[in-house]
Design a protein around this ligand. Sequence first.
Ligand code: GLN
Length: 304
Amino acid sequence: MDYQQVLNEIYSEITPFVGKGKVADYIPALARVDANQFAMAVVTIDGKVFSVGDSATPFSIQSISKALTFTMAFAKHGDRVWERVGKEPSGNAFNSLIQLEYEQGIPRNPFINAGALVISDLILSLYDNPLESLRGFARELSANSTIDYNAEVALSEMEHGNRNAALAYFMRSFGNVTHNVDQVLNFYFHQCSLEMTAIDLARSFLFLANHGVIPNTGRRVLTQSQAKRTSALMLTTGLYNESGEFAFRVGIPAKSGVGGGIVGVIPQLLAVAAWSPALNKYGNSTAAFEALERFTTKTGVSVF
Ligand code: GLN
């Protein structure tokens, strides 16, 4: 399969979608990002890299980090994570408070904000140096030792994070957040501020396409069963309340973030990332969504 040819075609067709929607202006540091950027990258399990557009530009991975922190928690804590968080789609916006009250502070899944905050709380218990461990993990997965947090983005979210604070305090009242809320938010906003290029991002998710083993190094991160479950969760919940539409149109497990990135995996084959900052009403990148739909349509590869 000539993936470069497919990416070139997508790149030539995607212009009408780039800049459509609006950047995540509820995070002031992200409001300044130029909406007219687009990148796409494919990394295969056997290490081949294909890319187009602004694929050397790092961007804020935001909620995509939820798949990384969930992996860190699942790897160490196993099935006990399900005592704290569910595995069903929420059908609500990523930052919604609504289900938490009648479901006693147990978030529907780890990929909405409430679920990710619980996972952050768990990581604070499981790791001695949580921020260092996460950064190290992101560097290991991406094979890029320059991956880092963006302190300005983290601070900007901290200063405008009332909604996430409300979620965390509310869950603390049910005992499902155990640390001091500021500590949890500080970890959570830093994880969201991690920056990667489209190539870094695609490479970072290859372990899920490879039954839980990082192809580069051979290190097993998750058991085969855990990798299957994590990918299944991405398929059903990775794009919040647009996960059904994404599965319908694109047909692969994926995770999005309000930085405009979406990364997906095709088991046994590759990981593919697309990035463009302007978001649709669900907080998912309009152009990245469109590009990924074209990718699975043109190549005929998906999980279905
Ligand atoms: N940091 C963002 C928030 O908490 C992440 C949301 C997202 O990417 N969907 O609102």
